[in-house]
Design a protein around this ligand. Structure first.
Ligand SMILES: [Zn+2]
Ligand SMILES: [Zn+2]
Length: 264
């Protein structure tokens, strides 16, 4: 049986009953592990509690989404270091830049993004990047904040240009593909995904958003990651088993505190 890990979902956006059902459907379909992502610090404890409730299949990441920086305030670096130091917080994020919606002022998004990366460098807990319509500034910030050893992080729901992927890979980062990969109009993302080395790829649903084809239009859930993994196998010209094995091993290598999800 294929074993996959959903490297990015938002289980706190489901009601408890729907959440429990979605998690058990996922586990039954071979999605043994899920990383559930907070979008603001006030939700962090809830997200961590959800992960604990669904142990050993779910772990949590904590951070401030670029959409939420105005409302949350730019987090203090020390506060992010404290979250990143906890054994039950496997990732810092999601953070990054979203110039498509511009829900928070760009200078505040940038400062928040930099502080998440610094907290990641300090704690060794990887950071999770959301970037949309912000390729140039994303590259600049990644390069400027990289330590001598590069960066421990992932570009989530990859939909940027090739130069963003290349820069991130050069710094040692990973690229995570979501349901967009299956969309007919996603030729650019498909071409880039085909060129990312197999040992740097992750898969995710970003559920409840962006369900992959053939589930498009329905609320997304972690079990649907199989469709994205299948598309990725087709693009890379390898078997679905190989994609599952590689992306699960990559997840465990990057998110060391959540490595147990790979064997859950
Ligand atoms: Zn995102
Ligand atoms: Zn997300």
């Amino acid at each position: 049986m294929i074993r996959l890990v959903d490297s990015h979902c938002h289980l706190d956006m489901l009601e408890p009953e729907a959440r429990a059902e979605a998690v058990s459907r996922a586990v039954r379909s071979g999605v043994r592990g899920m990383l559930t992502i907070a979008t603001r610090l006030s939700a962090a404890e809830d997200v961590i509690a959800i992960a604990a409730e669904h142990s050993p299949h779910v772990m949590a990441a904590v951070g401030v989404h670029p959409h939420r920086v105005s409302e949350n305030g730019i987090p203090e670096e020390a506060e992010l270091v404290a979250w990143g130091s906890r054994p039950d917080v496997a990732g810092l994020g999601e953070t990054g830049l979203d110039y498509f919606y511009d829900n928070s002022p760009r200078d505040q998004q940038q400062e928040s993004f930099r502080r998440h990366i610094r907290a990641s460098n300090e704690t060794g807990t990887p950071f999770i990047v959301h970037t949309r319509n912000a390729d140039a500034d994303t590259i600049t910030i990644l390069k400027e904040e990289a330590s001598g050893e590069g960066l421990k992080g992932v570009l989530h729901c990859f939909s940027s240009g090739r130069d963003v992927a290349e820069q991130a890979l050069e710094l040692g980062m990973y690229v995570s593909l979501a349901g967009i990969l299956t969309f007919k109009n996603a030729k650019d993302v498909q071409d880039i995904a085909a060129d990312v080395p197999l040992d740097r790829l992750l898969v995710e649903t970003d559920s409840p958003f962006l369900a992959p084809i053939p589930m498009r239009g329905k609320p997304n859930e972690p079990g649907y990651i199989v469709h994205t993994a299948r598309k990725l196998a087709e693009l890379k010209g390898v078997s679905e088993e190989e994609i599952a094995e590689a992306t699960t091993a990559n997840f465990a290598r990057l998110f060391t505190k959540a490595a147990g999800l790979a064997d859950a």
